[in-house]
Design a protein around this ligand. Structure first.
Ligand code: ZN
Length: 653
């Protein structure tokens, strides 16, 4: 492991706190050291306050910040003396500890200091760095881990046996560290938890971390890269959707299930001993909050939930305070045929779980090579999973967005109404699969809950592949928005040729039939019941001259949707249609076309835009928001409906 320190870069971070920010980010850049908010760092600075009183302030990472992206605002300034005094108490509950830290901060809006703040305070060094290094954990989590750690580090580190992070750990370290540290001490290993380094400068502390982790790396056998097995058989969408339904059923809400079939995941899931090595526990206790203690091996979600409840009942019986059971659904699924699936309340959570578990798989296998993976006993993991602070966070967290954990597919999603639908569904917490013939669809959004696939909706194979891609990423399909359509220029019937007629029917009607047919088995497996929103047209109830093909195609689509509502009601699938009119903020309507059409009717552009009963302009967003609401709880008891969104049209009313 190499130091990433760079003098030029470092010069951009002046002052003691600046240096702290810089090396914190260096630690954050290495995913084998810290992941997603893990680890913490601090610096002790002498400061004068407004009235001229001087004191030492501990700037420690605040909770909710990630080392990789931390800024000055991410460090909480806490009075050092108070923290040192607290470390001498016989006991301190977590809520008391948080209260003490928050009431002894020097910046009112600073984040809550890390639960390891007291531990940082008692270490007598200006800079303190703490990571959950994979290499150190791979050595710790073996049958004779402590002996190995002592052998590797000698007297360069103090070793602290495992205790619960927070006050108990700070207190134990306050007792052991002064006794066992010496002139050669540059770090501290917390067994089964992580490692600390310290120094008088930010660089010294950071480079000692690198040096210590490098020693652990060298003590481990080189990592075997997973043999790239033959391309795995692609699991059928239905299998994945059924798995997601079962997992969501035990979670009590829809969950995103992401399937990972990279070589490393497949190799791990395919190991003959996977049932044993994957169920001994996590690499470090705080991963439990993301990954749960053990993955589900195989696909029996109900069985997993029963075991989880048994684990909860066993350990909550002896807990200090009453505990409320979290949902018993797995967060990691290991299955020889599927590889590794990760589960989350949303796509971002499922991705974070995978980032953590990818490291865990490597760590487990390295420990296996040097004497056998041995994690902490379940009781210790339970204590972290259910500690007061986490339970309090849970109680405070508000209700999730309406489509949290759900997956929506939108066609014609690169522009106009489709693009607005993508926004409306993302804003309501759904993961979205956007389809469009325009390749720009792929990069419409860069976020974990969006996938854009360029495809021609009239090519069945392409649509099927796009659905498969979406289902592998998110686990299933809950909502479909049929939006893709074409509107050829005005042509009277006598001038309408067969090929144009068929082209309009192919895109506006046939493609939607094919998509509905493919989506049906997946919608049937949607945890809350499938929903379809069909973007129709005012032309369904009130056709216009010169638009025979378009009007006929949308009218046929309306009839198709109504039959689907009848046929699929018993599958819990709702299908509703909305009929927009005169939506001008789409690619179709350039300023030029708009001016022309307005002129044709003898109106100003402004009048033409609002040429309806309510004299309002109808935008893509209006249509998209209604499409989203149609799929939400407000319309839970409505199916087969056609709703205008046109500002009021005399011919429709
Ligand atoms: Zn830690």
């Amino acid at each position: 492991m190499k130091s990433l320190w760079n003098d030029q870069e470092a010069a951009g971070f002046p002052g003691d706190l600046g240096a702290r920010i810089y090396t914190s980010r260096l630690l954050g850049r290495d995913k084998t050291l810290v992941l997603h908010g893990g680890g913490n760092t601090s610096v002790k600075i002498r400061e004068k306050d407004l009235v001229g009183r001087e004191e030492t302030v501990l700037y420690v990472k605040g909770s909710g910040w990630d080392l990789e992206f931390i800024e000055a605002a991410g460090f909480s300034p806490v009075r050092m003396q108070r923290l040192v005094d607290l470390s001498r108490l016989a006991q301190l509950s977590d809520p008391q500890m948080v209260n003490e830290m928050r009431t002894h901060m020097l910046r009112a809006e600073a984040p809550t200091p890390s639960v390891e703040a007291i531990l940082h305070a008692i270490l007598p060094y200006k800079y303190v760095d703490h990571t959950h290094s994979d290499a150190v954990l791979a050595v710790c989590n073996t049958a004779d881990g402590e002996r190995r750690i002592r052998e590797i580090y000698g007297d360069s580190v103090v070793v602290i046996p495992y205790v619960m992070p927070g006050f108990d750990l700070a207190r134990l370290a306050a007792e052991i560290f002064p006794r066992e540290s010496g002139p050669k001490t540059i770090g501290m290993v917390l067994m089964n938890h992580g490692i600390f380094s310290f120094g008088e400068t930010a660089r010294e502390s950071y480079e000692r971390m690198i040096e210590l982790v490098d020693l652990a790396e060298r003590a481990l056998p080189p990592e075997r890269s997973a043999a790239s097995a033959a391309a795995p058989a692609q699991p059928a969408c239905r299998e994945l959707a059924a798995l997601r339904r079962d997992v969501s059923a035990v979670a009590g809400r829809p969950m995103i299930v992401a399937t990972h079939q990279d070589a490393a995941s497949l190799a791990f899931a395919g190991r003959a001993d996977v049932g044993s090595i994957s169920t001994r526990g996590p690499a470090t206790p705080d991963h439990v909050l993301r990954t749960k203690r053990v993955p589900m091996v195989g696909r029996d979600a109900r069985g997993y939930a029963q075991q989880y409840a048994a684990y909860f009942n066993e350990h909550s019986a002896t807990a200090r305070e009453p505990k409320k059971m979290l949902d018993p659904a797995p967060r990691v699924i290991v299955d020889p045929a599927l590889g590794v699936c990760t589960v989350g309340n949303n796509a971002k959570d499922a991705q974070i779980v995978f980032d953590i578990y990818a490291n865990t798989m490597r760590t487990i296998q390295r420990s296996e090579q040097i004497g056998g993976w041995k994690a902490l006993p379940p009781k210790d993991i339970f204590d972290v999973e259910y500690w007061d602070l986490e339970q309090a966070k849970l109680a405070k967290s508000g209700s999730p967005p309406v489509f949290a954990g759900e997956v929506a597919l939108v066609t014609g999603a690169a522009s106009g109404i489709g693009k607005a639908c993508v926004q409306s569904f993302l804003a309501r917490g759904a993961a979205v699969i956007g389809l469009d013939i325009d390749p720009a669809i792929a990069t419409l959004h860069k976020r974990p809950d969006y996938i854009g696939v360029a495809c021609d909706v009239t090519a069945g194979g392409e649509v099927m592949q796009a659905i498969e891609k979406g289902v592998r990423a998110f686990g299933g399909l809950d909502i479909v928005v049929l939006n893709a359509g074409i509107f050829p220029g005005g042509k009277r019937i006598e001038a309408l040729d067969d090929s144009e007629w068929s082209r309009v029917m192919r895109v506006n009607l046939d493609a939607n039939l094919a998509l509905l047919r493919e989506a049906h088995p997946l919608l049937k497996l949607a945890p809350r019941g499938g929903r379809v929103a069909v973007i129709g047209s005012k032309n369904v109830p009130a056709p216009g001259p010169g638009a025979a093909a378009y009007s006929a195609s949308k009218a046929a689509l309306a009839q198709l949707a109504r039959v689907a509502a009848l046929e699929w009601g018993s599958d819990g699938i709702r299908i509703n249609m909305l009929n927009p009119n005169a939506v001008f903020d789409t690619g179709l309507w350039t300023d030029e076309v708009l001016t022309q059409r307005a002129k044709h009717y003898g109106l100003s552009v402004e009048e033409y835009r609002r040429n309806n009963v309510l004299k309002v302009e109808v935008t893509s967003r209006d249509v998209a928001e209604l499409a989203a609401e149609l799929c939400g709880p407000l319309f839970a008891k409505t199916t087969g409906a056609q709703i205008p969104v046109d500002g009021g049209n005399e011919r429709v009313i």
